[in-house]
Write a protein that binds this ligand. Structure first.
Ligand code: NAP
Length: 560
């Protein structure tokens, strides 16, 4: 039997690769295509039965992207962007999954993806500078480089509620929604979670349920999406102007088109300001952020937008007690990720929907029939859990990753993730993360951030191939400097003023470290480009001739 450090693997022969990609969502798919085009022997694995990542798993009713579809799509292939026609301004999950499947077919990706395969351990072999990667089924990959395309919001958070396993009704996680349609017709349904996911799911669930109980712990700020079908004429015109649109999006710190302004909130009188807010609310989406440049910087300006949202809730929700409970008060607007909704507040006017404030009346436990709060019980036929994710680090730490000299990633990150650029980790050579902690990722249009990382990593591997390097690792000082820089940028921002998943605050026991890079994608891209131009400063390379193990390893190219 073949033995890999601490892990026994099956005696099936190991598959040897230049690069293994873990994950076949948007990041893994493009990385695979890019490296394959460059002639690397590369494969991807994914635990799902198909491509799409987030959009494969999050099939809950109402699931929709809140970046406009024209921007939340690959820009790397004009052929693909010309061939695909979006139907809605904000695409729903089925359309985005169909798009991912279309791209996969166009590029013939599935032939190099092993589906229904999860990775359980990864051990770096110092002698050969290769990763030994073991699957749950005991298969082994030996790859010189591993790219983690494991997603930022892919590991569901455990619902930390006493007795939840005693509940005998149907239980659905939004992040692991069944492929077959679920019927809630006439049932008593409980929903836990009022973040982006719960806010999208509720209006759809409430249309079916007999009675709907929304167990809300913390209300969120949500803005109307005002989604609409995309007129075919508009789409044709958008396709003609795609190159310009992509170039403009590239110049935006969020990686997608959004109005920006230097105008200050208090530079105009109350009436004029109000009119601007009203107009932006009417247009929907994140347009409101383009009205005044200081809304997310200045506390007083932020209070103005909080006031607007509170007033809108009073207008939209008929029951004043329910309206009062729905008003977020404990953190600033955008302190947590802003949600976009379709009829969220209006849904509380339905006769079958009840809001339960589980901060005022906390959940005591579940029993086999339903949920018991301090003062009442709610018998349920079905429970929908939209309780969020172990974000940014969860998927990486779910794998037992041992780097150089057996260094354990879980130990290294015990007090929070430390990375260089959110791409590399000191002590873990030849390992790369797409949109890892310490990169702009979740604060931007994910597809734009993914493309930037894929291309940067591909360039690094090309550089290594061209210069005969077999090993690259982040230097300790570079990583420490990057972690400090991240903190400096985030420390005074509104994002630090809420208990959010950005900070790991949603997972009990998780270290409180602000994980994404808050300096913006344009700034970040420039930093990455500068580092590459300096010959990858902050990285240490080892070439084949100076490798301690004395190996001469070349990058074989795949057979045509
Ligand atoms: P989330 O924002 O972390 O929200 C989780 C919700 O579950 C919160 O309301 C939380 O309440 C509640 N919760 C968790 N544990 C609970 C408990 N034990 N008892 C009561 N309530 C509990 O998760 P999410 O809604 O899945 O969204 C995560 C992220 O995914 C979003 O921020 C966004 O980045 C992404 N997303 C994007 C879209 C989109 O593009 N439209 C859609 C969905 C998700 P507390 O706040 O009190 O902890």
């Amino acid at each position: 039997m073949l033995e890999v450090t601490g892990t026994s693997v099956s005696n099936k022969s190991a598959e040897t690769l230049n690069v293994l990609i873990v994950g076949a969502g948007f990041g893994g798919m493009y990385m695979l295509q890019k490296l394959r085009e460059m002639g690397f022997r590369v494969k991807a694995v994914d635990r799902a039965k198909g491509v799409g990542g987030t959009w494969y798993w999050n099939r809950y009713p109402g699931a929709r992207c809140d970046v406009v579809s024209l921007d939340y799509s690959y820009s790397f292939s004009d052929k693909i962007q010309q061939a695909w026609t979006w139907k809605e301004k904000y695409a729903a999950q089925p359309e985005i999954l169909a798009y991912a499947e279309f791209v996969a077919r166009e590029l013939d990706l599935p032939k190099d993806i092993r589906f229904e395969t999860d990775i359980v351990s990864m051990n770096f072999d110092d002698d050969t500078s290769c990763w030994h990667v073991t699957t749950g089924a005991g298969d082994l990959f030996i790859a010189q480089h591993v790219v983690m395309a494991t997603g930022c919001l892919s590991t569901p958070k455990a619902p930390d509620i006493p007795g939840i396993n005693d509940f005998r009704g149907e239980v659905y996680f939004t992040s692991r929604w069944p492929e077959k349609p679920v019927s809630f017709g006439g049932k008593n349904v409980g929903l836990i979670g009022t973040g982006s996911t719960g806010i999208q799911a509720l209006p759809e669930l409430a249309k079916q349920a007999g009675r709907m109980f929304v167990l809300q712990r913390t209300p969120s700020y949500t803005l109307p999406a005002r989604n609409e079908p995309l007129d075919p004429g508009y789409m044709t015109q958008a396709k003609q102007n795609y190159a310009q649109r992509r170039a403009e999006a590239k110049n935006h710190q969020a990686g997608h088109l959004r109005a920006t302004t230097d105008r200050k909130t208090f530079s105009m009188d109350e009436q004029e300001r109000r009119q601007r807010f009203e107009d932006a609310w009417g247009r929907g989406g994140l347009d409101i952020l383009g009205e005044f440049g200081d809304l997310l910087i200045d506390d007083k300006a932020n209070e103005e937008i909080v006031r607007l949202v509170h007033e809108k809730i009073d207008t939209l929700v008929r029951n004043p007690e329910t309206a009062a409970k729905l008003k977020p008060r404990s953190f600033p607007f955008a302190g947590r990720r802003i949600c976009l909704d379709t009829d969220f507040y209006e849904t509380f006017n339905r006769h079958n929907v009840e809001l339960v404030d589980v901060t005022a009346d906390p959940i005591s436990h579940f029993d086999e029939k339903g949920v018991v709060t301090k003062s009442r019980r709610y018998d349920l036929d079905a429970l929908v859990l939209a309780v969020g994710f172990d974000a940014m680090t969860g998927a990486l730490l779910a794998i037992d990753i041992k780097g150089q000299g057996g260094r354990d990633l879980r130990e290294k990150w015990a007090s929070g993730p430390a990375t260089y650029l959110g791409i590399a980790i000191e002590g873990f050579p030849n390992l790369y993360m797409i949109t890892g902690p310490g990169s702009p990722s979740v604060l931007t249009n994910m597809v734009a951030s993914i493309e930037q990382h894929v291309e940067w990593i591909a360039d690094l591997l090309a550089h290594m191939r061209d210069t005969g390097q077999v090993r690259v690792e982040a230097e300790e000082a570079a990583e420490t400097g990057w972690v400090k820089h991240n903190y400096e940028i985030a420390k005074d921002s509104l994002l630090m003023k809420a208990n959010s998943w950005f900070l790991g605050a949603n997972v009990p026991g998780k270290p409180r470290v602000f994980m994404p890079y808050a300096g913006g994608l344009v700034t970040y891209r420039k930093i990455c480009e500068g580092i590459a131009a300096e010959g990858y400063s902050g990285f240490r390379f080892t070439d084949a001739n100076h490798h301690e193990g004395g190996i001469k390893r070349e990058f074989p190219v795949s057979e045509p």
